[in-house]
Design a protein around this ligand. Structure first.
Ligand code: PRP
Length: 209
């Protein structure tokens, strides 16, 4: 029997996906008690690989994992050649433009410098509005950039909004919603069509219940 190898984004998406696998009746004991192990069996016919989000795409693109679970944020920023076949509906948050609290109404045209971990998403958004902004790449805690007056705004992930609130920042406008997606290697979808399609159908069914 062919074992499907699935790359899971470590952390929250991993937990939510394992929850879904359990709903499907698959034995997830090995992943739940993984210790430091990175490749683990799920049920009889799946092997999961725990990876960082960008690497999930790299492994799926190169065909060393048949499938992957990764956020739409990473897909939008990285792009690549793979099929995005299912919206899992969990890992919900959104990309937003945010910055220091404004005293006047928000005017997008006032934004000249934007800090972000997602330069491609940011450039595309402002270009779609006919604007050419200066995008500065930051690796983490991007909320610092407007506070230190490096940028007029940030483009970042907002989930509960508490990081912005606790730092005196606010959302100016939403960019687009994010959730976890299932991606599939293009060649493997042809070669292992039956196995992949039946797993995806089972996932869809478990999501409905
Ligand atoms: C993300 C994002 C925000 C925060 C938003 O960071 O960059 O900082 O979560 O969540 P909230 O709206 O619920 O406060 P993450 O925790 O992934 O860490 P990072 O700064 O390393 O990206």
């Amino acid at each position: 029997m062919y074992k499907l190898r699935i790359a899971l984004t470590k952390g929250r998406l991993e937990k939510d996906t394992v929850g879904l696998f359990e709903k499907m009746g698959l034995n997830c004991e090995a992943v739940k008690n993984k210790g430091r192990k990175l490749i683990l069996p799920v049920g009889e016919s799946i092997e999961v690989v725990l990876a960082k989000s960008n690497d999930v795409i790299t492994y799926v693109e190169n065909g060393v994992c048949d499938m992957g679970v990764v956020g739409k944020d990473t897909i939008a920023e990285m792009g690549g050649s793979f099929y995005e076949i299912l919206d899992l509906g969990f890992g919900r948050c959104r990309f937003a433009v945010a910055g220091k609290k404004l005293s006047a109404p928000y005017d997008r045209q006032n934004i000249k410098v934007v800090a972000t971990k997602y330069p491609n998403v940011t450039r595309r958004f402002f270009e779609s509005k006919g604007m050419d902004v200066n995008v500065i790449k930051i690796e983490g805690s991007v909320e610092l950039a407007p506070l230190l007056e490096l940028s007029d705004a940030i483009v970042d992930i907002v989930e509960t909004g508490s990081t912005l609130r606790e730092n005196g920042l606010e959302v100016y406008e939403d960019v687009f919603p994010i959730s976890a997606r299932v991606i599939v290697n293009m060649a493997q979808l042809k070669i292992h069509k039956k196995e992949i399609e039946s797993l995806v159908e089972a996932m869809e069914k478990a999501l409905e219940n």
